[in-house]
Design a protein around this ligand. Structure first.
Ligand code: AGP
Length: 368
């Protein structure tokens, strides 16, 4: 086991640090001549383009990855996207139509809820696409077509490198579906060039490791941690909070920053740590005003911003700031999650909990 961990203490740590490599292998051979080549979808692209709706279905981190992709899939394809947590789709017996493309996202490809939702979508006649990290998994065998994320084996129960590779695969999926649209060509080219630069930016953001360890030591005794995001990075807030709760065993909630004044604001005081994700995108000025409102309630803020923006988000320097490299807005979630993965990892080690085998959890949830 130690050999497999190499120089790392835990698989989660190794898998976080592997991301420049896993992102590279996810894209290898797929970005060609200014376009995207996804062999597994070739024969189904026309049908997908004609769908009335794309339905993303998954659980946990895989659901969050799909949520991170939702906006750019809608933007690049023009097809409405709805989100389904697999168990909730089954509980509601929600509508799935023959004209739908149902996209199932699962690292293991063996999650019971996701597979039952797949059976349900197949029965209802939808075209079913699988996105998985596991070649030969039940998901990859039972779907009509799919894309492997090729992130390499993920052993830590907390999913890290699979999350970032899943988002990248969904970006390539959106680019492939939208490749017949002339109006979005400049945008597609910008995203393709952004994809190529992601591994380098992932290496850069990993240099925040010791800063995140230091931040973790300042949060070690906190009872709770809120994470506020919006737009592309609402999913980052959910996923960052999920990492903290599942491995560091600390209560944590990811929230829509736009919902803050509709309830969560009542929780704000000088003790509760709040991470605000305020990297540059169309929502930046809205996040600046959220920060102002939180500061006027004496909130204890940790702000994630784009490199060089520290004074724009914390004018009097009173907040702790995490500066990350700026990438194409829709790919920013791939970079922004990495410091939060590092934070969850260090919090877990400092709090003395089992990193790779968190209490009560299994890597693959094969029962309902
Ligand atoms: C992730 O850190 C969790 N362990 C969990 O939410 C996981 O993502 C979920 O169980 C889905 O697993 P899957 O991707 O293998 O389907």
């Amino acid at each position: 086991e130690q050999i497999k961990k190499g120089s790392y203490d835990h698989f989660m740590q190794k898998e976080i640090h592997e991301q420049p490599h896993s992102l590279t292998t996810t894209m290898r051979g797929r970005l060609k001549d200014g376009g995207v080549l996804l062999g597994g979808l070739k024969e189904h692209l026309k049908t997908i383009r004609r769908s009335r709706r794309v339905v993303f279905i998954g659980c946990g981190t895989s659901y969050n990855a799909a949520l991170a992709a939702r906006t750019f899939v809608e933007e690049l394809t023009g097809i409405p996207v709805t989100m389904e947590v697999a168990s909730d789709l089954l509980d509601r017996q929600g509508p799935i139509y023959r004209e739908d493309t149902a996209v199932f996202v699962s690292q293991s490809g063996e999650t019971a809820d996701t597979l039952l939702a797949l059976d349900y979508a197949l029965e209802n006649g939808a075209l079913c696409v699988g996105i998985t990290n596991t070649v030969g998994s039940t998901l990859s065998r039972r779907t009509h077509c799919g894309i492997h994320i090729n992130a390499g084996c993920e052993i830590g129960v907390a999913s890290t490198k699979a999350y970032t590779s899943q988002i990248v695969v969904m970006a390539m999926l959106a680019l492939a579906i939208g490749s017949d649209q002339i109006s979005t060509q400049p945008r597609r080219e910008a995203i393709i060039s952004g994809l190529s630069s992601l591994p380098g930016h992932a290496s850069e953001v990993l240099k925040l490791d010791s800063e995140m360890k230091e931040l973790a030591s300042s949060l070690i005794d906190s009872e709770s941690l809120l994470v506020f995001g919006r737009g592309y990075n609402y999913a980052t807030a959910l996923e960052g909070a999920l990492k903290v709760k599942e491995v560091a065993l600390m209560h944590s909630e990811g929230m829509f920053a736009g919902e803050m004044k509709h309830g969560p604001l009542a929780l704000v005081d000088e003790n509760l740590p709040i991470i605000v994700i305020a990297t540059r995108d169309a929502c930046f000025s809205k996040q600046q005003s959220v920060i102002q409102q939180l500061l006027s309630r004496k909130g204890r803020l940790i702000i994630m911003c784009s490199k060089g923006d520290a004074s724009a988000v914390s004018p009097n320097g009173s907040c702790r700031v995490i500066e990350v490299p700026q990438v194409a807005d829709c790919l920013q979630p791939v970079i922004n999650i990495i410091p939060l993965q590092l934070l969850a990892y260090h919090l877990t080690v400092l709090r003395g909990f089992d990193v790779d085998q968190p209490r009560n959890l299994a890597k693959s949830v094969t029962t309902q």
